[in-house]
Ligand binder design. Structure first.
Ligand code: IDP
Ligand code: MG
Length: 136
């Protein structure tokens, strides 16, 4: 079964939106098969977002992800990578469809509540970072 790596970022935890967001994935019929709460180290954040290391917002992004606890999830289901990206909505909440998580609950392109892997390969790379015991 396909897997994806989801993060409920520090803004989601601070705003006490974990329960509502988890319910959205579950109501879709997806299975949450692993879940942990942790405050990411700088190293984890930098490896997770390595594709963005040359972007102007990289240091802001790492500071954001490491400022508090995140809720890391593995979600499984048919076409789960694409489906969760669709449920989350576009990166910029101003562009996100109104029914998506970012469209409903977020305003800021930086603080946009959720991360989800963008491909099956990314998912396996990211699962190895956040759930080293559950890597393939
Ligand atoms: P994604 O989360 O929708 O996959 P990416 O382009 O991979 O979007 O960007 C990763 C994260 O970096 C975004 O979710 C957002 O938190 C942050 N980010 C992206 N673009 C900007 C920006 O222009 N300014 C500030 N933060 C940004
Ligand atoms: Mg991305």
């Amino acid at each position: 079964m396909e897997r994806t790596l989801v993060l409920l970022k520090p803004d989601a935890v601070e705003r006490r939106l974990i329960g509502r967001i988890l319910a959205i994935y579950e109501e879709k019929g997806l299975n949450i098969t692993a879940l942990r709460m942790l405050k990411p180290t700088r190293e984890i954040a930098e490896v997770h977002y390595q594709e963005h290391r040359d972007k102007p917002f990289f240091s802001e992004l790492v500071a954001f992800l490491t400022r508090g606890k995140v809720c890391a999830l593995i979600i499984e289901g048919e076409n789960v990578v694409k489906t969760v990206r669709k449920i989350n909505g576009a990166t910029d909440p101003a562009e996100a469809e109104a029914g998506t998580i970012r469209g409903r609950f977020a305003l800021s392109k930086g603080e946009n509540l959720v991360h989800a892997s963008d491909s099956v390969d990314s998912a396996e790379r990211e699962i190895a970072i956040w759930f080293p015991g559950l890597a393939d």
